[in-house]
Design a protein around this ligand. Sequence first.
Ligand SMILES: Nc1ncnc2c1ncn2[C@@H]1O[C@H](COP(=O)(O)OP(=O)(O)OP(=O)(O)O)[C@@H](O)[C@H]1O
Ligand SMILES: [Mg+2]
Length: 244
Amino acid sequence: MSVLDIRKLTVSVESKTVLCEFSLIIPSGEVHALMGPNGAGKSSLANTIAGHPHYKIESGDILFDGKSVIGLSPDERARLGIFLSFQHPAELSGVSVANFIRAAIQARSDGHISATEFYKQLYECMDLLHMDRSFTSRSMNVGFSGGEKKRFEILQMLMLRPTCILLDEIDSGLDIDALKIVAEGFNSLRGGGISALVITHYGRLLRHIVPDVVHIIENGRITRSGDLELVDSLEEGGYQNVKT
Ligand SMILES: Nc1ncnc2c1ncn2[C@@H]1O[C@H](COP(=O)(O)OP(=O)(O)OP(=O)(O)O)[C@@H](O)[C@H]1O
Ligand SMILES: [Mg+2]
C-alpha cells in the first residue's frame, strides 16, 4: 500500500499562495502526470510533500497510507518511502555518489547492507542507466552535466526503492536516448504498488512513462484531468485552448 492523499492543501511561500485548496489522490499502483504553466505550483507541490521547510501549510493535509505526514521532517518522510527527484538537484562537494546513496539506505530501519551487496546493486543500477562507474567516487552532482544530474536522481531512486515517487521535470536536460533509459529505470519499479507523480512540460516523457491519469494545474489548483489525449490537445492548442 502506498496511497498519497492530498486534501484541500493551501500552501504559501514568502507570503505568496502557491497551492490553493489543492486535492489529489494517487492510489497505490498508479502513476499520475502533472502538467502546467511555469509558476503554476508544480515544484511547490512536490517540495511540500517531501517536507521542504520553506513551504508553509496554511490548511489541508497530506496523508500517506492514511497517516498525516505534515508533522514529519523530510528525513522521516523519506524513511516512510517518499522520494523526490529535484528539478534542480543540489551539488554536495566532498560527498561521493557511493557514500551518499549508502548513507541514505542505511538511514532506513531495514537499511543494513554489506559493502559487497551495496556495490553489486549499485553497479547493476548504473549499468541499467548506462552510467560510467567512475561516477561512484565523484562528489555528488559537482561538475555533472544537466543530464548526468538527472540520471543520478534516478540512480538514487532505483537504489532506495521508494514507494511514493515524485519526479520533478526528470526529462529536462536529458538527451533522446537518456530519456528512454531513465523512463525504463522508472518503469522497472512500476507494478510493485508504488504511487507516483510525474511532473513534466512535454508529452514525450509520457509516451515512455504512460500515466494512468494526467492533471493540469493552473494557479495552484487542478483545472483539468484526463488521459493522454489531454496531453495531445494541450500540445496542439496550449493551456488557453485545451479541450475539456
Ligand atoms: N522559495 C520561494 N520564494 C519565493 N517565491 C517562490 C518560492 N518558491 C516558489 N515560489 C513562487 O511560487 C510560484 C510557483 O512556483 P513553482 O516552482 O511551484 O512553479 P512550477 O509550476 O514548478 O513552475 P516551472 O514549470 O517553471 O518549474 C512561482 O511564482 C514562484 O516564483
Ligand atoms: Mg517547477
